[in-house]
Design a protein around this ligand. Sequence first.
Ligand code: SF4
Length: 391
Amino acid sequence: MDSSEGQSALVAEPPSKESSKVTAFRYCYFQGIKDNQWNDWRWQLRNKFTTIGSISSIIQLSDDEILAMEDLSTSGRLAANITPYYLSLISPDDARQPLRRTVIPSLEEFRNCKDEYEDPLHEDNDSPVPGIVHRYDDRVLMLVSGHCASNCRYCTRSRLVGAHKINHIATEQQLIAAINYISGNCKIRDVLISGGDPLLLDNNALKRILEKLRAIEHIEIIRIGTKVPAVLPQRITPNLVDILKKFHPLFMSLHFTHPDECTFECAKACSRLADAGIPLGSQTVLLSGINDSVKIMTSLMHKLLMMRVRPYYLYQCDPVFGTTHFRTPIEKGIEIIAGMRGFTSGYAVPTFVIDAPGGGGKIPLQQNYVVSSDRCGVELKNFRGGIYHYP
Ligand code: SF4
């Protein structure tokens, strides 16, 4: 961040409507920044917080966080990277605040644990051409960007987020090779565009990719995976939405972590997407001390539904390097889903999955509701533990 921006003597125009945390944050640190700058996604990206100096000008970093950030700069690991908007949601003085732990590095990331890997899902092994991961017959993952608006400390693809290692589609030649691969495989009917975050591409680049995919006859649906509505809702502009809605059926999977992300700004972004007829689903990683309770998970899922985002997947945290402190026992996820199923709308309950290490794909998990079965019928346990017979 250019530190002069936080010091300007100009007074901000009263914001039209925004979250109270955002208003307070802007008042303290960005008084000279007008609404049209703050609400410009490119301004947000230009003013990201990435260094100890810039972050500590806003939040009181603990010794642990400072040491971790110093080590990051020499280790080549996933850099710290936070938009001003997302930083406004972070506690300046509580190092245990859930959102803070998801984006501010800690020394726990440097603990060496066996059974953690750079590429736990073996995506690189399933990559026939750069930027394509082809694991399931009828669908592919297309990695079009190596950058994110804010970096999550538990990122499964931390190996490719940031500039240090490029194994996503980075050149025109690679894009052509990826498109040729998809058009040459007529079993592929579904393409998930991801990264990094695909919405960090500019509108023209994104449109070009979508046009190329839509020109392939056997492609039925296109999906976009993104965390932008949570960390950079300013990116969901009317222009972007106008482009996206030309490529239906187009679905979006939105990454959310905690109910605190469901702000006015985020709701507005989701509303624009939903109004354009884009079905929205959520993806959440189960994280120890951040969202690993029935209460927090239910609150998050309720808030997502209110933003017209259908809870979709809850992921067990992948065994990527430096994430032991985030991982819960598998039983915790099963317990959370059991604590939601039947106690709230079925629409609010995501599917808990483990993405099997080594490239086995997603495996759903839930408590067993079948107690026994024989020729006379099945004994079933309901959500309250009552036993029922189905003939
Ligand atoms: S938004 Fe997704 S790809 Fe980007 S850092 Fe977070 S988890 Fe990784």
